[in-house]
Design a protein around this ligand. Structure first.
Ligand code: COA
Length: 197
């Protein structure tokens, strides 16, 4: 029953192993990796430097949806912002279309805001723009998020990608300079592990 659902929010490293394993299984279903002997594991997925915060929507002990909030400082148009983004958003295929994803993605927006981020920033496939908008996120027309590193950039407009940059402006600092973001290239550079976080 929906009323019994609760959200568990924990640093990725503190998620109990059995829950982490289930999240890894859901991630593996959504983004199958190359076949290998190991399979999904209870180990960390994200770069610890991005302070990964896991959010799990639980029905009792069952994981129905999960995501991670990643954070780093961003310099854009000469100004520094605390930025947080969503990563590895997934709902159990057995219970998609029931509003679980929207609920968790909306909660993550509040978590990012309450965690001190100036702005929320991430990319998604164009087909999911409406899904994120229905959870309170906005889109940045023409904006390209540049992932990877300065030496090895991984831009969201690379060949074969059809990505939209989603955002939320939380603080007065971010709101004041909001116009700097649409139709710009945003050098987020989250690193080599979470290339586009
Ligand atoms: C995307 C995903 C997390 C959505 O989870 P969900 O729990 O099924 O989403 P919800 O039930 O909250 O859906 C909310 C709305 O988004 C829409 N939506 C959900 N998934 C969608 C998709 N893949 N494409 C387009 N619209 C979608 C739903 O139709 C619904 O709209 P409605 O209220 O008008 O009917 C889920 O489909 C999933 O795990 N996909 C695989 C992993 C993935 O692509 N993650 C996103 C990475 S950016």
């Amino acid at each position: 029953m929906a009323a019994e659902l609760r959200i568990l929010t924990l640093p990725e490293a503190e998620v109990p192993a059995e829950l982490k394993l289930r999240v890894a299984e859901l991630q593996d279903l959504a983004w199958p990796g190359p076949p290998g002997p190991s399979g999904p594991s209870a180990g960390p997925v994200h770069d610890p430097a991005l302070r990964p915060l896991s959010m799990l929507l639980l029905d009792g002990t069952r994981v129905v949806a999960a995501l991670d909030v990643l954070s780093k400082d961003l310099v854009h148009a000469g100004r520094t912002y605390a930025a947080s983004g969503l990563s590895t958003v997934v709902t159990d295929p057995a219970c998609r279309g029931l509003g679980h994803g929207r609920r968790l993605v909306a909660a993550a927006r509040a978590t990012a805001r309450d965690g001190g981020a100036d702005l929320g920033l991430f990319t998604c496939d164009r087909g999911l723009q409406g899904f994120y908008e229905s959870a309170g996120w906005g889109s940045l027309p023409g904006a390209v998020l540049v992932g990877g590193t300065a030496e090895e950039p991984f831009p969201s407009d690379r060949e074969g990608f059809d990505k939209v940059t989603m955002a939320a402006f939380f603080t007065a600092h971010a709101e004041r300079h909001r116009a700097d973001f649409p139709h710009s290239r945003i050098a987020l550079h989250p690193g080599t592990i979470d290339k586009l976080w």
